[in-house]
Design a protein around this ligand. Structure first.
Ligand code: DOR
Length: 399
């Protein structure tokens, strides 16, 4: 198998408390060696001087639209966008057609991802059959097929008895439940109660309000096992953008006001938010470039996410920035990666502290709509290495 030597980058691996300028060797799909002045003996060499070398980034909330919506995205295009955005792993949401409520559909996604994908793909199974909120799925069968979490995504399970019953059935599985909470504050409070009652590991997707992050803090003080994530858009924009950009700015949960954006940023800085997640939700131009009322909610996120998190949170330390994108999502989902310890998977993200301007025309995602169009972001992806193979390399990286 191929081997790669990454020379002279600043290696930041919060899981092993490493932050130092060193060389990193990948061999046979794993991290083989870290040290000073490693010799190139037959390796493909990447000169990483002036860049940051991190464990491969994981986006735990992505809509790949496959199966069912090839006009919006496919596994091939979504994972190409992922590696361009610095992600070596994505977890994909079950609102596909058919939905990911059947082990055979999960197996098909994994088969296609292995054949056509540029990065690792981890399916998120549905909580209820057809995501219709009535009958819990066979969680054991879905987990066995490869589901790493369960969620009905945009269709919040309305009936609390169904949710409680589902959580009890899944309580012994490691895979967490992931809630899309709308209306946000009310459903966050409800799901924290169900998590406490059932002891099910619980994750709250894309928190966006000051009240929701307060509820999480309180629940944790009571010992509830809950984690949560924040998106680039909720950390950046307010609802003022709707008047400016119309349907392009429409998303669920919606953009909030300045106070909420400030509270969400503070929640990242104080450790309440565990993970960054893009909620990459590509739609066609025809579905987005219409008035707000008719526009499909969501937009492409994978190719702007890393730069956007950095631009929104310049005061966040580099090790925490990296942890929110690697070690933390790996731990929440119980998936490989998240560290550059010797023997860990050869998944590496190399990035630079460099400003760049978002041009959606260059996106590899089929979804070309983003409220970040034209914005200058900080931190650019230099290279993405998946299982020891360089899957993306910016022109600036000398070979
Ligand atoms: O805006 C959104 N769009 N939020 C979601 O949670 C679902 C997503 C989609 O699938 O388009």
């Amino acid at each position: 198998m191929s081997s790669v030597l990454i020379k002279g980058g600043r290696i930041v691996d919060p899981a092993s408390s490493l932050d130092a300028v060193l060389d990193l060797r990948l061999r046979d799909g794993a991290v083989a060696e870290i040290g000073a002045g490693l010799d190139a003996a037959g390796d493909e060499v990447l000169d990483a001087a002036g860049t940051i070398v991190a464990p491969g980034f994981i986006d735990m909330h992505v809509h790949l639209r496959d199966p069912g919506f090839p006009e919006k995205e496919t596994i091939a295009t979504g994972t190409a966008a992922a590696v361009r955005g610095g992600f070596t792993s994505v977890a994909c949401m079950p609102n596909t057609n058919p939905p990911l409520d059947d082990p055979r559909v999960i197996a098909a996604v994994l088969r296609d991802a292995r054949a056509l994908g540029s990065c690792h793909v981890y399916p998120i199974g549905a909580i209820t059959r057809g995501r219709r909120g009535r009958h819990p799925c066979d969680f054991e069968a879905l987990a066995k097929a490869g589901a790493v979490a369960f969620s009905d995504d945009g269709d919040t399970v309305d009936d609390v008895r169904v949710l409680r019953d589902a959580a009890m059935r899944a309580a012994n599985l490691r895979a967490p439940f992931i809630s899309h909470c709308e209306p946000e504050n009310e459903i966050v409070a409800r799901d924290l109660r169900v998590a406490a009652e059932t002891q099910k590991a619980w994750h709250l997707a894309h928190l966006s309000t000051a009240a929701a992050v307060d509820l999480v803090r309180e629940a944790r003080e009571r010992g509830v096992r809950v984690t949560c994530e924040a998106t680039p858009h909720h950390l950046t924009f307010t609802n003022a953008l709707l008047a400016e950009r119309g349907g392009v700015a429409r998303v669920n949960p919606p953009l909030r006001d300045e106070r909420d954006v400030a509270a969400l940023r503070a929640a990242v800085l104080d450790g309440t938010i565990d993970a960054f997640a893009s909620d990459h939700a590509p739609h066609t131009r025809e579905e987005k470039e219409v008035d707000v009322a008719r526009a499909a909610p969501g937009f492409s996120g994978l190719e702007v996410a890393v730069g956007a998190y950095a631009a929104a949170l310049p005061e966040l330390s580099l090790p925490r920035f990296v942890a929110l994108l690697s070690a933390n999502p790996a731990r929440i989902l119980g998936i490989p990666g998240g560290t550059l310890a010797i023997g860990a998977p050869a998944d590496v993200t190399i990035f630079a502290d460099r400003g760049w301007t978002v041009d959606p025309a260059t996106f590899l995602s089929k979804g070309k709509c983003t409220p970040f169009a034209g914005k200058v972001l900080s931190r650019a992806i230099v290279a993405t290495i998946v299982a020891g193979i360089v899957r993306y390399r910016a022109r600036e990286l000398a070979a």
